[in-house]
Ligand binder design. Structure first.
Ligand SMILES: Cc1cc2nc3c(=O)[nH]c(=O)nc-3n(C[C@H](O)[C@H](O)[C@H](O)COP(=O)(O)O)c2cc1C
Length: 174
């Protein structure tokens, strides 16, 4: 099973990115997690550009999402909303029929970020994604910033991530 991890933060030392990178470390074969590194290269969404030929960065995004059995999304909250870069990525997926029914686990690196999480959920539901609640977790990483290795080395955090990944695989495999 192949998952695509998408962080909504462009920050070099991002807690959301570290959480997803830790999931890569925790995942065991046959589960493989690819990290999407194109967020910062996506053009601003413009319906006039959402026609053939699509911008190359959008072609790449859609191909990666299509090839994935599911998505792990972790995104920060800015001004009580979804980070703009993350929303921009999702806007590029609205017209893509392959997104419908795509299993999504919502990871969250901050218990404070409840507004963004709720808004993200609403957008994903509107786009007919299949949010897997049993695989969606919120971890308190903001108060104790750790890199991916540090998160994976923490027994409690790594167990929470491992359990979420197991639940995701189970839900997707039916
Ligand atoms: C411009 C800006 C606005 C923010 N607004 C909120 C907010 O409304 N609620 C919140 O909980 N955190 C807010 N934060 C804090 C971020 O969510 C926090 O820095 C988080 O760690 C960013 O995620 P990252 O570590 O993955 O980059 C804000 C940060 C910035 C830079």
């Amino acid at each position: 099973m192949k998952l695509l991890a998408i962080s909504g933060s462009l920050r070099a030392v991002s807690s959301n990115t570290s959480l997803l990178r830790a999931a890569q470390l925790v995942a065991r074969p046959p589960l493989a997690i690819q990290f999407y590194d194109g967020l910062g290269s996506l053009p601003h969404f413009n319906p006039d550009l959402d026609v053939d030929p699509l911008p190359p960065a959008v072609v790449d995004l859609r191909a990666k999402i299509k090839a994935a059995d599911g998505l792990l999304i972790s995104s920060p909250e800015y001004a009580r909303g979804v980070a703009g870069s993350m929303k921009n990525l999702l806007d590029w997926m609205v017209s893509d029929l392959d997104f419908s029914g795509k299993p999504v686990a919502l990871f969250n690196a901050s218990p404070r970020a409840s507004h963004a999480l709720a808004a993200l959920r609403l957008t994903l539901e509107t786009m007919a994604a299949r949010i897997i609640d049993q695989a969606s977790i919120t971890l308190p990483l903001l108060s104790a910033p750790l890199d991916a290795q540090g998160i994976a080395a923490d027994a409690e955090l790594s167990r929470a991530i491992g359990d979420a990944l197991d639940a995701f695989v189970k839900a997707v495999q039916g």
